[in-house]
Design a protein around this ligand. Structure first.
Ligand code: 5RP
Length: 232
């Protein structure tokens, strides 16, 4: 296992210890979240914990079910006690970029329905200013190139010279679980994430963006010398 995977695993396993029997738990998406879901499944089975889980993607729902966790729909869950999820970047005040795994819409819906959100990551995800990781933006398929042009204008208005690029995998546009497209904007630096979040959210055709601001309560970051805990 690589050092990065070991850090992800340590963060995921530390987060699984935060869960208590009786909780409704939001399950994130991505390789770090996989470690969390597996550790939680093992703990729940060993300790006979009664848990209900809400998954942020179809892939996570399948994994959770395969490790014996009970997955319910967000609409049936009501308030979620704790959500644990990965991130592509962790900036100051636990502002995040998410969506590298194209699950940002469901992720944000689950995060916003949660009483407590814990982000788990390897140490390389920590940055002084958001923007090194290209910002994912989920866009309705109809008229998406027109919307992309308006995204570029919004980026320019925020002082960011970047062109949003359609995410393509194996020659085809990536479709999200909700049937939308993902555009990625190589911002390099995002000096005012709030301003950009507001500008993107105001565009018709943009379903959601990957800026998670004021949502993470704490971070568990795997490092070579253990798991570092950061509070917002
Ligand atoms: C998926 C996400 C992931 O949490 C993010 O991409 C981090 O993934 P990984 O844990 O594999 O590094 O936002 O949409």
């Amino acid at each position: 296992m690589s050092d990065i995977d070991a850090q992800k695993q340590a963060a995921g396993e530390a987060a699984a210890k935060l869960v208590e029997s009786g909780m409704t738990v939001g399950l994130g998406t991505g390789s770090t979240a996989v470690f969390f879901v597996k550790a939680l499944g093992a703990r729940a089975a060993a300790e006979g914990m009664a848990l209900k889980c809400v998954a942020t993607s179809k892939a996570t729902a399948e994994l959770a079910t395969s490790v014996g966790l009970k997955v319910i729909d967000l609409d049936k869950a009501g308030t979620i006690d704790l959500t644990v999820d990965g991130a592509d970047e962790i900036g100051p005040e636990l502002m995040l970029i998410k969506g590298g795994g194209a699950a940002l819409l469901r992720e944000k819906l689950v995060w916003e329905a949660s009483l407590r959100c814990v982000v788990i990551a390897d140490a390389a995800k920590s940055v002084k200013m958001l923007g090194r990781f290209s910002l994912p933006i989920e866009v309705v398929a109809f008229g998406h190139t027109t919307t992309a042009g308006r995204i570029d204008d919004a980026l320019a208005w925020c002082g960011i010279a970047a062109e949003a690029k359609l995410r393509v995998k194996d020659g085809s546009a990536v479709k999200t679980d909700a049937g939308n497209y993902i555009y990625d904007a190589a911002c390099k630096k995002i000096p005012d994430p709030e301003l950009l979040a507001e500008a993107l959210k105001s565009l018709t055709g943009v379903v959601e963006h990957g800026l998670f601001l004021g949502l993470a309560d704490e971070a568990l970051i795997g490092t070579d010398s253990g798991v570092e805990r950061r509070a917002r």
